[in-house]
Design a protein around this ligand. Sequence first.
Ligand code: C2O
Ligand code: CU
Ligand code: CU
Length: 502
Amino acid sequence: MRPRPSRRGVLGLLAGAGAAVTVGAAGYAQLTAPTTGRLLRSTAELPPPFRVPLPVPPVARPVTTGGGRDGYEVVQREAQVEILPGLKTTVWGFDGLFPGPTFVGRAGRPVSVRVRNLLPVPTSTHLHGGITAPDSDGYPTDLLLPVGCGNPARPSGGWTPGATHGDHVGPGDWQLHEGEKTYEYPLDQAAATLWYHDHRMDFSGPQVWRGLAGFFLVHDDTEQDLPLPTGERDLPLMLCDRSFAADGSLRYPSLDDSCTGTPGVRDGYGSGVLGDVMLVNGAPWPAAEVTATRYRLRLLNASNARRYRLTLAPAERFDVVVDFSAHPPGSTVTLVNTLGEGRMRQVMRFHVTHRDKDDTTVPTRLAAPAPRLGREQAAAVRNFGFRRTEGPDERARWTINGRPFTTGDTWATPRLDSVELWRLSSDFHHPVHLHLAQFQVLTRGGRPPAATDTGWKDTVDVRPYEVAEVLVRFRGHRGRYLLHCHNLEHEDMAMMANFDVV
Ligand code: C2O
Ligand code: CU
Ligand code: CU
């Protein structure tokens, strides 16, 4: 049985900020078409569903808490973990974990994270949904090189910037940090479910696939005063699909598995890589015990390309409250992805154990209602077409306004604290994401936004041959930021653009 998202029982907290919205079944029903991408089959034996217990990533502990800010240290490294029962999988994880540790922050209290890179490849870490200054935003060419790898003058790790990156990055476009880098997050923003993940130029797809992603939760006073479930009943759920080889290793159709040579995926996978194993918090089709009470589920689609109905497009997050008290102890509730086929329709299962006291309720409102932006506030109107385009070499590329990404080009120069109307159009499914700036959907396909599209967002799932008009507010920082498709295979094939907040 599916958990029935009744209008009263389910509460969507849209990405980025705390606008209240109730998500009804009608909202989901409109997301009809399947995913853009191609299935990569596992050759490993796959476990029966709902046997593996749901893991919850550990909460990161700060190493310093003085001066009104929290300092963290985290290491990116390889680790051997058991994902499929009885097999070992090498992952690339923050602290060797997949998902990485969950960071928990508080609005207005800055956080710094010192990242040390012990992997064999460069990385760039992005806080998705964060209002972050450009030099901490995980720009794709702002690289953290492996410890001991050296700068390009002495490429001891066998990696030279610019060697493999074709026409879109020049040798002078790289910022290089050797071994470690400290990312500063002011967290001058409302309570929200954020996440962090790798953003390395041309290699985000394979590097996130191997495990470089985790949750970053932001709380604030407004949220704390709400009667929402907390503690064990506030569950982050990272949904992603993966494929496994018979020996347990992760399969991904890279042209170069080491991620040090030629970027990109093999023919046929350019539209997106879909796995045939559903992972929640890194476990295949897991099961969780819950009491017959309300739970807050923070649903994050961390898949490279897969879309979910009942939930989200890649990189979107929805917080929902599910009331398990409608189900007698002993019953099970299965979370289903109605866009999935075969085993991929199933996501995870909840076992309702016993009744328990529950003093939570579903508030009608999560925050002061977001001021509704109006078309007349837009200081500029800009068009962004997300399309497949033939390059001069007849290779198809994913482009924005017909141009593949280059670090030096600027597609837009919005003013700080202004609002602009951006018209996003697409040929396939393109989950469009903006760094820094949050937006409100004004229209989609000429119609007003569905419930799932209201409130502040940082990612919108633009569907084939559709135009989404969004009102974007540029606030917090000046500088160069990215706009891109969050299908990671499209992103790696240059479906990104710069905008410069001036
Ligand atoms: Cu989660 Cu630039 O992305
Ligand atoms: Cu982002
Ligand atoms: Cu795309």
